[in-house]
Design a protein around this ligand. Sequence first.
Ligand SMILES: [Zn+2]
Ligand SMILES: [Zn+2]
Length: 1005
Amino acid sequence: MRKPLAVAVCTLCLALTPARSPVHLTLHEGTNIAAALSPDGRTIAFDLLGAIWTMPAGGGSAKRITDELMDARQPAWSGDGARIAFQAYRTNTWNIWSIAPDGTGLKQLTWGPFDDREPHWSPDRTRVVFSSDRSGNYDVWVLTLASGDLRRLTSNPANDFGPAWSPDGREIAFVSDRESGRGIYAVSTTDGATPAERLVRAQAGALAGPSWSPDGRTMAFNAIAAPKSALIVGGTDIADPTEDVFPFRPQWISPTELLYTADGKIKRRHVEGGAAAGAAVVVEFSAQVAFERPAFTPKHRDFARPGPQPVRGIMHPALSPDGKQIAFSALGDLWLMPVSGGAPKRLTNDPFIELGAAWSPDGRWLAYSTDRAGSTDVWLRDMTTGAERRITSGPARSEAAWSPDGNRIAMSRAGGGIDVVDVGRFTGVDVPRDTTMPPVVASLRVSGEPGGPSWSPDGRYVVMSALKPNSTRFREGSNEVLRVAIADGAQHWFEPLAQKSIGMREDYGPVWSPDGTQMAAIVDGRLGAFPVSREGEPVGPVRMLTTELANSPTWAGDSRHVLVQTDDRFKIVDVVDGSVREVDPHLTWTVKGAGTATRVIHAGHLWDGTSSALRDNVDVVVEGNRIKSVEPHRAALHAGTVIDASNETVIPGLIEIHSHLSKAYGESLGRLWLSWGITTVRNPATNPFEAAEEKESVESGRRIGPRTFSAGDPIDGTRIYYPGGTTIDGGAQLSLQLARAERLGYDFMKTYVRLPDLLQKRVVEEAHRHGLPVTSHELYPAVAYGADGVEHLRGTSRRGYSPKQSQLNRMYADNIDLLGASGMTITPTIGIQGGFQLQTIRDSSWLADPRMALYPPAVTQASRALARAPHPQAELDQRTAMVTPAEKSVARILHAGGRVTAGTDSPINPYGLALLMELEQFVSGGLTPLEALKSATTVNAQAIGMGADLGSIAPGRFADLVMLDGNPLANIRDLRKVKQVMKDGELYTSEALLRGPARPGAAAR
Ligand SMILES: [Zn+2]
Ligand SMILES: [Zn+2]
C-alpha cells in the first residue's frame, strides 16, 4: 500500500511566506535585448522578457505583440515592413517564426527536432536565412517562403552562424569558428560551388551579429573579450570604453548611423570616417509588465514521523544471474533479498556507503563500491563465505560490471573514463590474504560523464549511455549508446531512436543481454528493449516494456527477465511475454529518537538569525532536538548537560541552498558540511533514490550529516546536458514525474534550461498543487506564472546568452525590478562565475585549513592550482580591490527588496567552504555581514518553507547551532572559525568531525 503524502500546513510558515500581491512594473531597461528598425524608419521592434515588442522609432511606450510563452527573440523586419521574423522556443527546439507588426498573423516558418536561430530576410523578402544545427553542427540555411524549400548554404564542419544578407542580395555574411581562421565570412547566395571567403579576421573573444552597410562595403559586428564588448565598424571599435554592447546584429539605419543595443538600452550612434561621431543617443522605451503570482503554501517537512517508514532510498538493485535474488543498497549498506519474498538481509553493517552491487556471471561474487578504506573503491564479496577484499585504491571508482567470462571488471573512474581490472586470479581461488591490487588492464577515455559500463557477450566491448551534443556550439544533446573497444579504446555511436535519449548516464542502461541479442535501457523514463547485432548495432525498433517510470535495469542470466526499480518496488519484466512480477522490498527505517535530555549552551555571545547585534551571556536551553528557551544567563538555567561556549559566538546553523551531493565522497561528506557550520543543504538536482537514501541514513542516525531538502533529477526538454537530465516532450511524462515526486518525498522541483515555458508553467501549477516549490534558471516569464526561485545570476541558458546578465556579467533594471517586486528568490552563485577564484586571490588562507583533508586529493589539488591561476576577469593590479559586477548585482537585488538565497552549486567549488566564500563575496559587493548572514540562515529557511523550524535561534526551532570564535557580524570571515556544531540537538566538536569513524578495513583484509 502506498501511503498518502501527509501535507501538514504550518501556520507559522504561512505567516513567514511573503504575501503574493499583484506586481505592476514599468521597465526601461532590458538585459541582452535585440532591436531592429522597420524599413520605413517609423517603428522599432525589440525583444524583452522573451517577447517581441514594437514602439515608435523615437522611443516611448512599447506594445507586446507576441505572447509570453514562446521565448521570442532577435527580431528582423522584411524589406516591405509587413513581417517581423524572429527565433522562438515554443516547443522543445528553437524555430523561426514571423508575425505582422500589429501582432496578427503569427506563423511558424521552420519545424523539427533541430535548433534554428538568428533569422534575417533576403532584400527581395522571398527568403529567410538562419543558422541551424540540422547537419550536426551550425550551418547557414536558406528557407524559400513560397515553396518551403530549405537549402544548406555552408557545409564546413565548424559552426557557421549569425547570418546577414547583403543589401544587393548576392551574399550572406556569417560568423564562423572554422579552423582556417575564426572570423566573419561571406558566401554567395547564387553559386553554391564557390567557397566562403573570409571578410574579417577574428578579433579576440566571441563575434556576433555581422551587418552590411547599405553600400555593402563596410561590416559592423560585435566582439566580446571581457572586460570589453566592442562594436566594430570597418575594423574600428566605436563603442565607449565601458559600454556593454549586446551580442546581436547592429542595424545600419542610414549610410552613417547604426541602431544597436547596449547597457540595457536601445541606442543610435553615428559613424563618420571610420570612427564614432558624437555620443550614442538612447532611444528610451517603457514596457508595462503586470502579473499576479498565484498564492502557494509549501508543504511542511515533518522530521518526527513516528513508527517505521518505508525505505525509498533503494539504490542500484541487481538481479542475480539465476534470477532468484536481488542485491541492492539502502541506508548506506548492502542488502540481499530473495525474489520469492521474505525480508532483506543486511550484508554490510557500517557507517560507510556501499553502492552499485554487480553480480559475477557465476553468481558467486558481488562487486560493489564503498568508502570504507577512505576513498570510494571497488570491493569484492565472496557470497559463499562472506569474505571481502578491496580491488582498487583511489581515485573514486564505482559502477562495476563483470565481463561475461568473470575475469575482468569494468568500472567508472572519477573524473571520467572506464578502467578495466583483471580479477581472474582473485576470483578463481579463495580470497587471497595478500594486499596486492589486481592490475588495471585498460584505461578507456570517455569524455563527459558517461553512465556505467555494460559488456558485450564476447568481452570485446563495453557500451554505455553517453552524451552526444547536437553541435559543438552548445553543450546540449541526447544520450546515445557509445560502444568502446577494450583493446584500443575505439568508439562507435549507436542511435536506436533519432534525437531521443537512451539511458540517463546514471544506472539507466543500456545493458547488454547475456546472450547478446538485445539491450535494455530506460527511454523517456520507461523500460525499453531493442534487438542488436553481435557488434551492438540496433537491428530493430525499441519496444517499451513498462508504462511507469523505471530505472536500474539488470538482466537475469536467461536473457529473458529484466529487473527494474519503480518508485516503491522492484519489477521483474519478462521481455518475451511482457508479464511482470512485483517484489516489495519490505524494508523500513525509523527516525532516530531525539530524546528529552536537557542541554544548555552557555553562549558568550549570540546572534539569533534576525537581530542586528550580538547578545552577550545567553543561555540556550535545548530539550531533545528543539530549542526550549533563549534567555539571559542565570545559574538556575544550568541544568542537565552544560556546554560551555562562553568564549564563543553562537549562531544558527547555516543553510546551503544549492549543492549537488556526491556519493563518491562517502560518509565524510556529512562531516565535511557540519565542520563548516552548515547544518542544512538543499539539493536541486539529484538522483531521487540517492536523495532519499541520504535523508533516511541521516535521519535514522545511520551516519551524520546535515538535513537535506531535495528535488529529483531535473525536468528538462528533449535535449539534456547533465547525467540524470530528465527528457520531457509531453504532459503524460510530466504526470509520471510528479507522481514520483510525491512517492519519493521530493521537497521541491527543479526544471532545467531546455524545458519550454509552456511545460514549465505546467510543472509549476502541478507541483504547487502537491505543495512543492519550483526553481529553475529562468526568471521571466517563470516569475509571472509563479515559479518560486531562480538559480544563478547567470547560469546556463538555452539562448547561448543569458537574459539575466550580460556577457560582461552586468544586470539591468528589468531583472533587478522583477526580483525586487515579486518575492521570487534568487541564488546568485557568483562563486562559479570566477568569484571563488577571485575570493581565493584576495585571501588564500583556506588552503591551509585542516578541513581540506576531508576532500578527495583531486579537489585539494585543483584548489591549489586555482589559487595560482590568473583570474579571468580581474586585471592583476586590481585583484584585491576590485568589486565585480556580479558582487554589485547581489547588493542591488537585495536593496531593491529582493530575496537573496545563499548557495554555491558545489561541488563546482569545494562543498561547505564555497558557501562561506560566497558570503564573503556578498560582503565585498556591499552587503553588510548581517545581510549576508541572513541570506544563509533566515532567508534560506523561509525559501525552503521551514522558517518556523530552521535558520534562527528561538524557542521551538531545531537545535541547529554553530559555536565559533570571533564575531561574524563584524567580520564575515570569522564564519570559518568553527569550534563546535550542534545539529538536531547532537553536539560535534571540530576535532571529532575531522576524525570521523574508525575504519575497520583500511587495508585489504
Ligand atoms: Zn549560562
Ligand atoms: Zn546546480
